[in-house]
Design a protein around this ligand. Structure first.
Ligand SMILES: [Zn+2]
Length: 76
């Protein structure tokens, strides 16, 4: 996985699909919500079911990016 490829990837649980990911050993870390995704056999597994939430976060809906989406929804 090279940097150019990595730069194309986006966090799959970011509602706006514009949060980039950074490499951390065998994980990819979302630059926005800090959720991590595994890298298996050199390939990033960017599916919400494989996401590991940051410490202190119990569910996806508690993430800042998800709360921002909920706020927008409530305004409409
Ligand atoms: Zn994210």
């Amino acid at each position: 996985m090279d940097d150019a490829f990595l730069a194309q990837l986006r966090c799959p649980i970011d509602p706006q699909r514009d949060a980039t990911l950074t490499r951390d050993e065998q994980l990819l870390v979302c630059s926005r919500c800090r959720v991590t995704f595994p890298v298996k056999q050199g390939l990033p597994v960017l599916v919400p079911t494989e996401a590991e939430l940051p410490a202190g976060t119990r569910e996806v809906s508690q993430l800042p990016c998800q709360r921002a989406m909920n706020r927008r929804k409530n305004r409409n």
